[in-house]
Design a protein around this ligand. Structure first.
Ligand SMILES: Nc1ncnc2c1ncn2[C@@H]1O[C@H](COP(=O)(O)OP(=O)(O)OP(=O)(O)O)[C@@H](O)[C@H]1O
Length: 262
């Protein structure tokens, strides 16, 4: 295995607040890694820096999807997405007034390169490419269990279905590294169990590396090979689920009874 992501001394300040301080993190290609910590620990800020929402105050992020390392700290979100990092959001972000299928199609089109002339004159090559995007989008909806809903407006989906659609949109950009921000938030235990299996399946079949923020410990402990624990912007522990849930610093910081019970 080789490192697909190497984060060194990552720091982000908001005014006087150190949201992240000197964070180091390594992801091997193909790993499924959890990022946990109490509210306000800095988890989403890690995702925001990895996807270019904010530049780091200092530190480096090196993404190596293939052989050539890419320094992404400070790059634009669009370029980072093109390089192969996709994410979902804690607060679902969909085009609520587009159909389910159109939501995936628009995400997939972002990562397509049409020639200006082809898209302006709607050449036959353009039509073929559009058809291909539509078919691959339907395939993704099938995988996410949303095929029957492809014509529905996104706003009419249940909360759990909207979370599945977000993942389909992220997969549509053909990522190498997928960042999932609380994918099970708002789901009941049965939905969470189903999602847990789906995430493991996606990782395996799309040959993805996944970094997962999640408060639901049953999901984290079930599928993550390694876990990083943040508290007040600092990595206080990392290791296997077993190591992390028995780490006194972690228990004290936030997990307490919940993790020892898992
Ligand atoms: N754009 C911003 N401006 C100012 N402060 C911010 C900004 N983004 C995050 N913060 C602060 O940085 C800290 C870390 O926030 P972050 O959202 O990364 O935490 P989190 O671990 O994802 O929390 P939660 O589990 O509640 O989502 C918090 O104190 C938050 O208020």
């Amino acid at each position: 295995m080789s490192a697909i992501l190497e984060v060194r001394d990552l720091t982000r300040n908001f005014g006087g607040l150190a949201a992240l301080s000197d964070v180091d993190m390594d992801l091997e290609t193909g790993e499924l890694v959890g990022l946990i910590g109490p509210n306000g620990a800095g988890k989403t800020t890690v995702f925001n820096l990895l996807t270019g929402v904010y530049p780091p105050s200092s530190g480096t992020i090196t993404f190596t999807p293939d052989d050539a390392p890419i320094k992404i700290g400070g790059s634009r979100p669009f370029d980072i997405c093109r390089a192969g990092i996709a994410r979902t959001f804690q607060n679902i972000r969909l085009f609520k007034d587009l159909s389910v299928l159109e939501n995936v199609v628009t995400a997939m089109q972002q990562s397509q390169r049409y020639g200006l002339i082809a898209s302006f004159f709607h050449t036959s090559a353009w039509y073929r490419a559009e058809q291909d995007v539509r078919e691959r989008s339907l395939d993704l909806l099938r995988i996410m269990g949303l095929e029957d809903k492809s014509g529905e407006l996104a706003r009419n989906l249940s909360y759990g279905e909207q979370r599945h659609l977000e993942i389909a949109r992220a997969l549509a950009t053909d990522p190498r590294l997928l960042l999932l921000d609380e994918p099970a938030a708002g789901m009941n235990p049965a939905e969470t169990a189903q999602l847990t299996e789906l995430i493991a399946w996606i990782r395996q079949n799309f040959k993805l590396t996944i970094l997962l923020i999640e408060h639901d410990m049953s999901l984290v402990m079930a599928i993550c090979e390694r876990i990083y624990v943040l508290d007040h912007g600092v990595v206080i522990a990392s290791g296997t689920p077993h190591e992390v849930r028995h780490n006194p610093r972690v228990i004290e910081a936030y997990l307490g009874e919940e993790v020892t019970d898992v």
